[in-house]
Design a protein around this ligand. Sequence first.
Ligand code: ADP
Ligand code: MG
Length: 890
Amino acid sequence: MTTAGGIVGEFFDLKRETDAELLAMQCGDFYEFFGEDAEMVADELDLKVSQKSSHGSSYPMAGVPVDDLTPYLTALVERGYRVAVADQYETSDGHAREITRVVTPGTLLETSDADAQYLGAVVSDEGQYGVAFADVTTGQFHVTECTGTDATDQLLTELYRFDPVELLPGPTLRNDDELLSDLRERTSATFTLHTTEAFAPGRARHRVREQFGDETLASVGVADDELGVCAAGAVLSYVEESGAGVLASMTRLQSHGSGEHVELDATTQRNLELTETMQGDRSGSLLDTIDHTVTSAGRRLLAEWLRRPRQSRGELEHRQSAVTALAEAAMARERVQETLEGAYDLERLASRAASGSANARDLRAAAETLALLPELVRLVEDTERLASSALADALDRPDREAARTLANELDEALVEEPPGTISQGGLIRQGYDDDLDEIITRHDEALSWIETLPQREKRTHGITHLSVDRNKTDGYYIQVGNSEVEKVPDSYDRVKSLKNSERFTISELEEREREILRLEEQRHELEGELFAELRERVADAAETVQAVGRALAEVDVFVSLATHAVRNDWTRPELHDDGRLDIESGRHPVVEQTTEFVPNDLRMDDERRFLIVTGPNMSGKSTYMRQAALITLLAQVGSFVPARRAAVGLVDGIYTRVGALDELAQGRSTFMVEMQELSNILHSATEDSLVILDEVGRGTATYDGISIAWAATEYLHNTVRSKTLFATHYHELTTLATHLDRVENVHVAADESGGDVTFLRTVRDGPTDRSYGVHVADLAGVPEPVVDRSQEVLDRLREENAIEAKGGDSEPVQAVFDLNSGQFKERTAGASEPVANGGSPAEEAEQETAGLGEAEARILDSLQGLNVDETPPVDLLQQVQQWQEELDGS
Ligand code: ADP
Ligand code: MG
């Protein structure tokens, strides 16, 4: 026996062995926490703290019963703690304890959450990154590399997409404070420092090869990705060291970034509210709106599809064929969905089987779920419309024979309703194992011998009040009423006297009792072994089990997409390989749910690639553009789309940027961020991308804003040539349409009669005549004098600062209309000087046309020589002030 002091000492010794924040150490029937751990755990989980004295000191102690550890662990880990678990085991001289696993957010198997739970590793090397993500609960494994000038943005996008719960930064990355803090900002993951050797290229490659095989490495195209392989190796090593025991379930290595998926950067995923709204709510997101899946695997897959739309027309038309067939075959669709309702999460199960944590109910559920596959196949084959669709292919992908064999095996082995624990027996059906049957038969015989014993004894000894019973302290006994005690034969041994009766035993009964106990023990042991074998078989078949799970999830998603399409009158989009986006009566998939939506058309093609969208505030510009992006995205998921008719040219990426002001309300964006993201788009978008710019340039003063918007438009039009929708309240920009070939104006119409604005929500060709901010202020109840005055001010500003565009296609000319001189002052857009402020005194206007004065020339010189990046803002301001003074003086 360990002394009390020893236990606390042992706890702290074990604690030193691990870098986990908490240690749960088994002491008999409890897992105990001591010292600070006890206080922390008690705090988090509302446990009682007691005191344990040891060597004259007293230590806080908190414990949970062995059987309850899992929910407590789960709660701690989901709060971001890493918890080491030390189990107690028997040795020849008493018992010993050892850390058997470390449960961390990324290696938690008993998660209470249906979402994917990714563990990630990031390796960096001179601005390039290798990234790996594994979900231990489903065996998903992804590897990718981020290279090129925007590698860091790609990395952040990956993090956003996988949203890991735990992240292992590689050795180099750990010293990069700046990036590290960026990463921390982007994810809520727990950061864990895994041993640096695990990241070493040689060791990592060896491990990855061992896990997935050389061929897989080559076929998914990561064989040469040094950094990706390092990250993958580190993840595998971490999972192994955690003791989760799930490596066997990691069967499928996937790589991306190979041009298969539509590029969706983190900002875009957020702006389009794919899986959560800008406020971080699930409800109101696209996923939440279109999700009619009935299994958690289905929901996970739908989320994955939304985050990773596809580029391949073949694949998308394939998916469309399944959705179309299901949309048309209403009855069959409902039956397929009903069938799926009984499905268990097979992907998760494969991991639990591999880790040895699956119980008999899990395996029973697995058998029943595997058996759904042939049922679905039959349903699909029986419905002509479905039989010829991609649905049949999805169901054909898993090894059906292997799945059936496994399902039968499990079904033959396990009773219909097994208990939730393994140690109590009662799991295995009769007829499955001869030895077990023998034990059970003998057990039953012994029991029935006991059952019939009272009858026999009553007859033999002529006793009427005699019964046989069993309790914990006495075991089996024969009970005889006091009135008949004298009839009891000598062979009866008295066990106990009660008030009205006596208890006896006889040697035959004792013998039977021993036999029963022995048989029960044998039975539990044998059932345990048989069950472990079964679980092993499931773990060995992890690949098949996962493939079936995947197929069922796919069918679930198809049914969900079809259901939503039918209920909301969506249409199957035509897919094209050119630059068109032709939408007739399109709607916004989320807004249409809650609003009487006014449908709108959109027409873009190779000649009409850039639309400037103008219209009053709140008229529907942002909605119109997001709708275009979401229709494109849904089309590239394989879904139907909210429109009467849609023809979508497939894109390689969707990029959106919402101007700072629109986001300021969220207290998030700064102008710097806005510009970084604009820069990212200008770098990353291609001719085949869809770009949505919403009020870009708004986060700064008017002239800056217009200039940036202007230049970005030119660049996107002339150089990037992406399909672009640009909403702007700078109606000055609408003049760009007259000299850039492929730029066209559209506006959201508003009816302005009687001084009120009615939003028609209808998009029409041509520019809006002006911005309606003042009218909105009026509508909002701003006092009349203020409204009137602001209209006056607005009119004046307009006249004074009007910007017009003139000139040819390649070299547009900006001109400032000067109210005082009554003339345009022209500048080519390429000139380095900024657009000067108007409203200058009349004599200055003369100088302007007659050439620069001495002061102006000097100022221009020093302006050109000024390095803005390296001059402190205060000095800049002083400089400006000085120029102003010089101008005033001249
Ligand atoms: P803007 O970007 O022009 O300021 P928004 O796109 O934010 O305007 O839309 C303003 C409001 O109008 C939103 O509440 C939106 O739900 C609603 N809305 C937008 N377009 C439509 C439409 N076509 N039909 C019905 N309501 C719409
Ligand atoms: Mg808007």
